[in-house]
Design a protein around this ligand. Structure first.
Ligand code: FHN
Length: 472
């Protein structure tokens, strides 16, 4: 028996009056609590030690998969002959809601295989997956009791996030959710899109009621899908979302799970695509988008999110994929500055990853198999200038640091020159991660600079990693 579908945009409001009385009472109590909560301390207070413990897995992970998937994969970037769209197709192509809702009846990703997706991320060396539980179109990729605008109302009728959470648990990958504050479907969300005009009159829209709906969905996402690592908010830029609401949502999210990590797009303080927030804003890490900070950001947690091509959501026409070399060097660059890399895949409507993405994930994985220790658990480089590539470091329990030199440009005659005083050559061992059993000579050259003799040719033309480890 197909589920009772709704009038467009009125989901969640169709119940008999009798059932509504306790709900109204609960809403009144909730609104009172919400009002007093908003007056509460701005952000959950925690000690540095507690914060470091909570952020620990995420800082060690350094590398995750972003997944943008939803109804927008059905048109695959094309509408009325234009082929440049992605996940914003509904509003960029000004598709009326009733038209867009037809994609719900076409969404049937019969080739979706959560285990295959998670194993591809794991094999690529990614430690966490951040998937769109709901993007701006308001469509929920999970079985929500608070709306019928969700995957259970499609021909597919499977809880995608449930299957993904089970696969992540089985493979030891941390599951995280991207959840959009902005919602172009819910009748209470404001503002409407300007071009919608009288298509969707504001009527009795109540933004506060929308926020309660969003919170109910967040309760579902943190209760029903296992341990969630990060709540990755987005779509915070519209005037209806405020700093006060951002602080409240941060507290609310941490109240659902004190261990959860929340990005800075929960609040209003983000500096555009540079992604970092003003002091006093809520959020545990900054979110540079499609860019990498020029230098490390000492004492700051941040994660660059980036597409492999030019779209977050699947676009069948976009073949401008970044090379594997570019992606590996970006990963090393980001880690050398103390950041995380959240690399996006936009799955197709049939539930498969685009072949170009699969190829890059496999090639990145082959590099990570040899060199992953130069990324995981590392901190920003202690060397200011590294014209030959990048440097990451791992601080040892004994206070001695291990250095990883990511050599992109192989030095002439294989002679790598490092700044004087970087390490005491007598107490360190130099090896290539590709050939750990072959020590390399480290000598002091002119002005006490360090000379390391490498092989004549680079074992890995993309990024050969040299490890300088303290002798026991
Ligand atoms: O509008 C979204 C966009 O669709 C995508 O989700 C990116 C990924 O971080 N965030 C917003 C644009 O900044």
């Amino acid at each position: 028996m197909p589920r009772q579908l709704w009038e467009p945009g009125t989901e969640g409001n169709t119940m008999s009056f009798k059932k509504l009385v306790p709900i109204f009472a609960a809403i009144v109590i909730l609104q009172f609590c919400a009002a007093t909560a908003r007056a509460a301390e701005p952000v959950v207070q925690e000690s540095k030690e507690a914060r470091d413990a909570r952020m620990g897995w995420w800082r060690d992970a350094r590398f995750g998969m972003f997944i943008h998937w939803g109804l927008y994969a059905v048109p695959a970037g094309e509408w009325n002959g234009k082929t440049t769209y992605g996940e914003w197709i509904r509003t960029e192509a000004e598709i009326p809601l009733a038209e867009y809702e037809k994609f719900r009846d076409q969404f049937n990703p019969v080739k979706f295989d959560a285990q295959a997706w998670v194993r591809m991320a794991k094999a690529a060396g990614m430690k966490y997956i951040t998937i769109t539980s709901k993007h701006h179109d308001g469509f929920s990729l999970f079985d929500s009791k608070h709306t019928d605008w969700d995957v259970m109302s499609t021909p597919f009728q499977r809880d995608i996030l449930k299957e993904l959470s089970e696969a992540c648990a089985a493979e030891g990958i941390t599951l995280c959710f991207y959840h959009s504050i902005m919602d172009w479907h819910h009748s209470d969300y404001l503002p409407r899109r300007k071009w919608e005009g009288e298509q969707r009159p504001v009527g009795d829209a109540d933004y506060g009621r929308y926020v309660e709906y969003m919170k109910h969905q967040l309760e579902e996402l943190t209760a029903n899908y296992g341990k969630i690592g990060v709540l990755w908010y987005d779509g915070e830029w519209e005037h209806t979302w405020t700093h006060e609401r951002g602080l409240d949502l941060y507290n609310f999210t941490r109240g659902l799970d004190p261990e959860i990590i929340v990005n800075n797009r929960v609040d209003k303080g983000r500096s555009g695509m540079a992604g970092m927030s003003a002091e006093g804003s809520a959020g545990d890490f900054g979110t540079p988008e499609q860019e990498i900070p020029a230098t490390g950001l000492p004492g700051k947690d941040w994660e660059t999110c980036m597409t492999m091509n030019n779209h977050w959501g699947y676009n069948a026409h976009d073949k401008e994929f970044k090379s594997t070399q570019d992606l590996i060097r970006k990963l090393a660059d980001i880690a050398s500055k103390g950041g995380n890399f959240l690399l996006n895949v936009g799955p197709m409507a049939n539930g498969e990853f685009p072949p170009e993405s699969v190829q890059r994930l496999q090639e990145i994985g082959a590099w990570m198999d040899v060199n992953g220790q130069s990324i995981y658990g590392t901190q920003a480089s202690p060397i200011a200038e590294t014209p030959w590539g990048r440097c990451t470091q791992k601080l040892g329990a004994n206070g001695k640091t291990t250095l990883y030199l990511h050599v992109f440009e192989w030095p002439r005659k294989g002679l790598l020159v490092l700044p004087a005083g970087l390490i005491d050559p007598g107490t360190y061992r130099a090896t290539l991660l590709a050939s750990p059993g072959t020590p390399l000579t480290i000598e002091k050259g002119k002005k006490d600079r360090l000379h390391i003799q490498l092989p004549d040719t680079a074992p890995d033309a993309i990024d050969t990693v040299l490890m300088l480890a303290p002798l026991p």
